[in-house]
Write a protein of this length. Sequence first.
Length: 257
Amino acid sequence: MIEEKSVVDVRIEGNIAHVQFNRPAKRNAVNDQTISELQGFFGAIPKGVRAVVLSGAGGHFSAGLDLSEQIRRDPQEVMRHSRNWHAVMGLVQFSGVPVVAAMSGAVMGGGLEIAAACHVRVAEPGTLFRMPEGQRGIFVGGGATVRLAAIIGADRLTEMMLTGRTYSAEEGERIGLAHYLAPAGGGLARAQELAGQIAQNSATINYLIIQSIARIAKMSAEDGLYAESLAAALSQTGADADEGLRAFLEKRKPNFA
């Protein structure tokens, strides 16, 4: 049996993992192999990795689902395919390791759904955000109605899908699709810089931030406040809290193990 060429490249430098979509001829359109390889990495992130940079080769983050590889499926098969995407996007969002997306070119459809599962998003000039499924006769299935709607609101997502509207990098930053704007050609460098900064945080605190905030946002106010207190109790009674306080008093950067 001939092995398929990998479509997701992984490189680890120190405590940062660099994960890159590598289908440049397809503008990094997402096929089932891409999802499988993302699942393989985020389901077993190598020990010692404290932040991940996710990018796309060839000038595009991802143009979305590879429609050329889509086959006719019955409803149950479509459900299984969609639910698998949901599971993998859950791994990206809740692995406990912060993920910084370096976005350029097309960030569309499924590509935007993947970006929405990342914790920090950097966009270069020329980045184009779009949800074109409505013009393709299909409904989203990779988590946009939950994750993307949480970012930009259900009303704006509805308009975006109905009209196929494209947002520029600058417009995307304004509405929350990106957190940072980088100079032309500088998106990856900025994402790496942010990942390095994040990796210096306490791994426990990064884990609690990732696991807690998105879930608390879906709770009632009282339940959310209770969950916040639990996270605070876990964080403030360990070695990292001791190191953080000592570093503050000694006017130095903390060194979290």
